[in-house]
Design a binder for this molecule. Structure first.
Ligand SMILES: [Zn+2]
Length: 220
């Protein structure tokens, strides 16, 4: 039987890539996403150096977009003004790449409302999806003990609002959280298929993403 430490689940292999040796505890969601005070109850899973959320561009882009989305709520605005602008000031290359994405998206949107623009950026963003995928891989391991590695396909979607169908489908799913309501998630596992799961994640009470994990189809 595996002994569960509080909010931690050990493994010698990185639970994100399923290949390299685990060398550190990775926080779910990435610690850098939270302005101070940091949550006292992060979920931690073992990861290799390459997979661990550090100061990679992916993580910083993710934080900026979460900040833009959350910034339209009263709490988000207070929390993110300093945090996001600090990242943008310290990473000029990132600022440029975001500016480029925004321009591209502006061509497609009608209103010019910043939230709508940010939302469109999110849907386009491979960085954003990559961070969500990492969180979901980590959470899948945390709850089941299974390392997904390259055995699955993961699909991520972003939602500005949840539909009635989402709410109905997920109403009976268990709920998890980190940092109070700053990060909440719902999940479903399937007894007959340990490599499948479904996820609904919410950041700062604003922006939702859903993920489905399914085993890769074998061709042999
Ligand atoms: Zn790894």
């Amino acid at each position: 039987m595996t002994i569960m430490m509080r909010n931690k689940r050990p493994s010698e292999i990185c639970v994100i890539c399923g290949r390299n040796a685990a060398t550190s505890w990775d926080h779910l969601p990435p610690d850098g996403m939270f302005p101070k005070p940091k949550p006292t109850d992060p979920i931690e899973v073992p990861a290799c150096e390459a997979c661990n959320s550090g100061s990679s561009d992916y993580d910083q882009i993710f934080q900026v977009f979460i900040g833009i989305a959350a910034g339209h709520g009263a709490v988000g605005e207070r929390m993110f003004k300093g945090h996001v602008s600090k990242i943008l000031k310290s990473n000029k290359r990132l600022t440029r790449s975001i500016a480029q994405t925004k321009r591209k998206v502006e061509l497609r949107t009608r209103g010019g409302i910043i939230f709508g623009r940010a939302d469109a950026v999110m849907q386009d963003s491979t960085s954003y999806d990559a961070v969500i995928e990492r969180i979901i891989r980590g959470l899948h391991f945390y709850h089941t003990g299974y390392i997904l590695g390259d055995k699955v396909d993961i699909k991520i979607k972003w939602h500005r609002e949840l539909t009635k169908a989402h709410i109905g489908l997920t109403s009976s799913w268990p709920l998890g959280s980190v940092g109070g309501e700053r990060f909440i998630y719902k999940y479903a596992f399937f007894e007959e298929e340990p490599l499948a799961s479904a996820w609904l994640l919410q950041f700062f009470g604003r922006t939702w993403s859903s993920g489905t994990i399914l085993p890769k189809k074998r061709n042999d």
